[in-house]
Design a protein around this ligand. Structure first.
Ligand code: C2E
Ligand code: MG
Ligand code: MG
Ligand code: MG
Length: 294
């Protein structure tokens, strides 16, 4: 009887496995074409200076990749970045995002849409950092676009610091020597002990939105943010709070002296042309404006 049950479980397991594998293969094939045919696009989300308490001034942008599949419609990066990593597509995809977003920054700088301090944040997957040529590629992209290295922030995950070996460490150092800034994304969700922050040449952390969501309601989340701010000022790290959606959350963050923030309260990720129009509008009005698209 037990044997019988076991076999049934296997059948079920098999079928769902097959579906998952089939879907993944399908996405992989389509993604390969999308990368080759440049069906991908980049949306930009504002990062604001919160030291005025409101976040009136946009001081940077995060580049977030978007994929419009001809049949499935918009597919979020949480779904396809993992596929790209497994299928060895992440280097090509990541290089494209980097080049495209740095060139966009160059155009905004040239047109005076943004000032000289404005930075572009770009997500980098652990796999990209395994590529020894990565730092040279970054340097070449910056040189070609004539963008100073300090205006580029690379967002890495905590796992890079924990699992990355000596080679990753050398690569991060090399990037710092170039002047590129390095921020730890989704800070607090991984396994990073504080020691990692000191050992690795990082310049900032982004407080994960799971800690921001409870602000105003959860004392625990508030204490976590307070601790991150204290640690960051001791280690001289830039702190960005992610996923800020309400004025109540913003007010708590401002009271806790979190210097930088990002979230739907100020704007979703939007195409470059929309982004430029929005930062101008926000500076004129001095208040967050409603945005529709992501
Ligand atoms: P992330 O780097 O932590 O980016 C922030 C994510 O939170 C984005 O999701 C953004 O749209 C979303 N977000 C921003 N503000 C709010 C808010 O107020 N509320 C809520 N609920 N969400 C908010 P998105 O664009 O779907 O990206 C998901 C993840 O995919 C990113 O998380 C990043 O890890 C990865 N990703 C995106 N673009 C790239 C890329 O070019 N390369 C790599 N390697 N990863 C990327
Ligand atoms: Mg990020
Ligand atoms: Mg994040
Ligand atoms: Mg995330």
């Amino acid at each position: 009887q037990a044997k019988e049950q076991g076999r049934n479980r296997w059948t079920v397991f098999d079928a769902s496995m097959r579906d998952a594998v089939r879907e993944r293969v399908e996405i992989e094939v389509a993604l390969r074409a999308a990368v080759a045919q440049e069906q991908l696009s980049i949306a930009y989300q504002p990062i604001v200076d919160l030291t005025d308490g409101l976040g009136t001034r946009t001081v940077g942008a995060e580049a977030l990749v978007r994929w419009e599949h001809p049949v499935r419609g918009w597919i979020g990066p949480n779904m396809f970045i993992a596929v790209a990593e497994d299928a060895n597509l992440i280097s090509a995809l990541g290089a494209w995002v980097l080049r495209e977003s740095v060139q966009q920054l160059a155009r905004w700088r040239d047109k005076g849409v943004v000032d000289g301090d404005f930075w572009m944040s770009v997500n980098v997957s652990p796999r990209q950092l395994g590529d020894a040529a990565f730092a040279d590629r970054v340097a070449a992209i910056l040189a070609q676009a004539r963008v100073p290295a300090a205006n580029l922030v690379l967002e890495i995950t905590e796992s890079v610091m924990v699992e990355g070996g000596e080679q990753t460490e050398r690569l991060l150092l090399r990037l710092r020597e170039l002047g590129v800034r390095i921020s730890v994304d989704d800070f607090g969700t991984g396994f990073s002990a504080l020691g990692y922050l000191r050992r690795h040449p990082v310049t900032g952390v982004k407080i994960d939105r799971s800690f921001v969501g409870g602000l105003g309601a959860s004392i625990e989340d508030e204490e976590i943010v307070r601790a991150v701010v204290a640690m960051s000022s001791a280690l001289n790290l830039a702190v960005v709070a992610e996923g800020v959606e309400t004025t109540a959350q913003r007010d708590v963050l401002a009271a806790l002296r979190v210097p930088l923030a990002q979230g739907w309260l100020w704007g979703r990720a939007v195409p470059a042309s929309t982004f430029a129009a929005q930062i101008r509008a926000r500076e004129r009005v001095g208040e967050p404006i409603a945005v529709r698209s992501d």
